[in-house]
Design a binder for this molecule. Structure first.
Ligand code: ZN
Length: 388
């Protein structure tokens, strides 16, 4: 291995459980915290940095925000630095003082997942892995396939049988192996065997109850908070389409550390946007390890489970959950299209969530909301006639 292919951040000190604060040496723990796993409440680990920058000075080489991430340089296809745009016309329509969007569909493979793939696949190289495996409904699989191709690593994606044809073709072109299953639990069992029996590097969860994706990948989402603040976008609220909360946690972690560094004055409140009640039920008292069955056309945020990382991010920031059904998500995606933004169905759900939160007075008309537009719309298989 050529050591110049990546450079670990010398500030990276250790890993720590986000629930019980158990500390672990730098390493790979795809099942999360071993202490919490023994109590049947699997919990994510996060990276801890010895000291973080005290200014928003981007790095001159490697990853622009590498000083805040596990790796200063590594596998890149030009991810990040996505547009942070103001939508004054939609803000006026919805009745909120300021509305921004972060268009993650502008990443190299069309979704926010490229941030996780960049740091995660770099970690796979550092760990000496020959192959990467993940469970994905679509966006993460294409992203991992592309980054593994760039890194010269084999990639295997455990997907659903019903994966949209556009995704299947993309995986073939990018040289990834696809293994298809009907049930989410079967995908995870396949990933578990690849990791624990064959030594593959896990890019996503494979446990049930689930834990977040491995820390090195999730840390990549921290750059979203840094980019927003560097662009002058310091919102009161951030609305995030969420399945198991990797993106949500990374954004929370980034803003939390910006606050600790004195670079912002308050922590934005984070809101999970989900297609049917999962975290909403946990916030009302249901155990986070329960299963919450439901169906949705918002395939990027489907699935019947929640994770502790999304619960912690929401509680620690004073946010909550908003449930947006497919029809509302479609109307939101259509409204965003009227602003020239072509996004996947679940990204449209953020508009419906903002409408709800304003109506419930959980967001005030005088405030500033940021919508995370998770992916572009060209691969989305939904039938508008069935949703409108
Ligand atoms: Zn723990």
């Amino acid at each position: 291995m050529n050591p110049r292919r990546f450079q670990r951040n010398p500030r990276l000190s250790h890993l720590r459980c986000i629930s019980c604060s158990h500390v672990l040496d730098i390493g790979d723990y795809p099942r999360g915290c071993p202490v919490c796993e023994r109590t049947q409440k699997p919990s994510s680990l996060e990276a801890v940095y010895a000291d973080l920058p005290t200014s928003l000075q981007p790095s001159g080489s490697g990853f622009r925000w590498g000083a805040w991430l596990p790796y200063l340089s590594g596998v890149s296809l030009g991810e990040g630095e996505t547009p942070c745009m103001e939508l004054p016309r939609l803000a006026a329509d919805l009745g909120v003082a300021r509305l921004s969007v972060k268009h993650e569909g502008m990443n190299p493979t069309g979704s926010h997942k490229d941030r996780m793939s960049s740091q995660g696949v770099t970690r796979a190289l550092d760990a000496g892995a020959q192959s990467v495996v993940l469970a994905s409904s679509g966006n993460a699989a294409i992203s991992a396939a592309a980054y593994c191709a760039a890194a010269g690593l084999a990639c295997e994606a455990a997907t659903y049988q019903a994966m949209p044809e556009t995704f299947v073709r993309a995986l073939q072109r990018l040289g990834a192996r696809r293994v298809a299953f009907d049930r989410g639990a079967d995908r995870w069992e396949h990933v578990r065997r690849r990791v624990e029996d064959d030594g593959a590097f896990a890019l996503t969860n494979y446990c049930l109850p689930p834990v977040g994706s491995p820390a090195f990948g999730v840390e990549g989402y921290r750059a979203i908070a840094l980019e927003c603040v560097a662009d002058g976008c310091v919102p009161d609220h951030v609305l995030v389409p969420t399945a198991r909360g990797d993106l949500l946690w990374g954004i929370y972690s980034g803003f939390r550390d910006l606050l600790a560094a004195g670079l912002i004055e308050r922590l934005p409140r984070l809101w999970v946007v989900e297609p049917f009640a999962r975290l909403a039920k946990v916030l009302e008292g249901a155990p986070a390890q329960n299963e919450f069955p439901g169906t949705t056309a918002q395939f990027s945020i489907a699935g019947g489970t929640v994770t502790l990382q999304q619960l912690h991010a929401v509680r620690s920031s004073g946010g909550g959950a908003a449930v947006v059904d497919d029809g509302q998500a479609f109307r939101g995606a259509t409204r965003l299209a009227q602003e020239g933004l072509w996004v996947e169905l679940c990204a449209g759900s953020t508009v419906g969530a903002l409408t709800q939160l304003l109506a419930d007075q959980r967001i005030a008309p005088s405030e500033h909301a940021l919508l995370i537009l998770t992916a572009k719309g060209d691969r989305d298989p939904f039938e508008p006639a069935a949703l409108s």
